[in-house]
Design a binder for this molecule. Structure first.
Ligand SMILES: O=C(O)CCC(=O)C(=O)O
Length: 265
């Protein structure tokens, strides 16, 4: 993580890293999804995410697919993303060495007309011990942190992930009118980037999703990580397929002084 990236993450609560995956890797991951369309679950109307906002409503729910347990070789691109050598240095800085996968990796898919997600995040006014951003003694400390590998282009105006830059340091709860995307839309930033890029954001930053408007689908691979001593959801059993790198990020939470494995890169 270079000085510009450190500055931008501290300033905004998120960062985009371009060209993490090659075109070939993006194509392989997309092929894996194409081959497993029958495993896609479209969120039903009784699990709407739009929070009742007309500005975030859609014609249908987003698609979700669990990707780590797909049959081989379709799972391979997603296993590789878990402890990706280009991303590990970022997570070492954002979460500290010994960071761990918290929520399991999944595909978030949006076809044209898919609904948005009401803005959420844990920034202020109370302290949330699972999702936080603290800067102390020259370094940042984060709770739950999201890594998204983009498998399709996200152009300005397409919809998808949005953040309120800087809100991870806010002291005031986000007003409902802003969470519902009804007012001050100019303060909301859509995170656009090309297929193969990665977005990382702290769950402390206020974020959400705008309805998808593009003809091509959104395909984002999300994994939520946390510091090695923390857990938001109960730890999953470490699967047999995991190699040494993957096992180290799937350890349950415990103190780093107890021989916790960690990755340098
Ligand atoms: O659309 C996005 O990338 C944000 C999704 C999100 O915040 C969530 O699933 O909790």
């Amino acid at each position: 993580m270079n000085q510009e990236e450190r500055y931008l993450f501290d300033l905004n609560g998120y960062l985009v890293i371009e060209d993490v995956l090659t075109e070939g890797e993006v194509a392989l991951a997309n092929q894996a999804i194409d081959q497993n369309q029958n495993k896609m679950r479209i969120r039903p109307p009784d699990q709407k995410l739009d929070g009742g906002s007309a500005h975030l409503a859609g014609e249908h729910g987003r698609g979700e697919m669990s990707v780590l347990n797909l049959d081989s070789p379709w799972c391979d691109p997603f296993h590789h993303m878990l402890a990706h050598p280009k991303i590990v240095p970022y997570l070492n800085e954002i979460l500290g060495k010994g960071f761990r996968m918290d929520h399991q990796t999944f595909l978030l898919s949006m076809d044209k007309g898919a609904e948005g997600f009401i803005f959420h995040g844990s920034s202020g006014p109370g302290f949330d011990p699972n999702q936080y951003y603290i800067f102390r003694d020259g370094r940042m400390h984060n709770g739950l942190t999201v890594v998204i590998f983009q498998l399709t282009d996200i152009n300005p105006g397409d919809g998808g992930l949005v953040v309120i830059p800087g809100s991870h340091k806010s002291n005031i709860a986000c007003p409902d009118s802003i969470r519902r995307y009804e007012k001050h839309q100019d303060q909301i930033r859509q995170v656009s980037s090309k297929a193969g890029s990665v977005a990382i954001f702290t769950e402390a930053v206020t974020h959400g999703t705008l309805p998808w408007t593009a003809d091509h689908p959104r395909r984002s691979i999300l994994t939520r990580y946390t510091a090695g001593n923390l857990a938001y959801v109960p730890a999953y059993p470490v699967p047999e397929w995991a190699d040494e790198r993957q096992r180290s990020v799937m350890e349950p939470p415990y103190h780093s002084r107890l021989n916790r494995p960690f990755l340098d890169k």
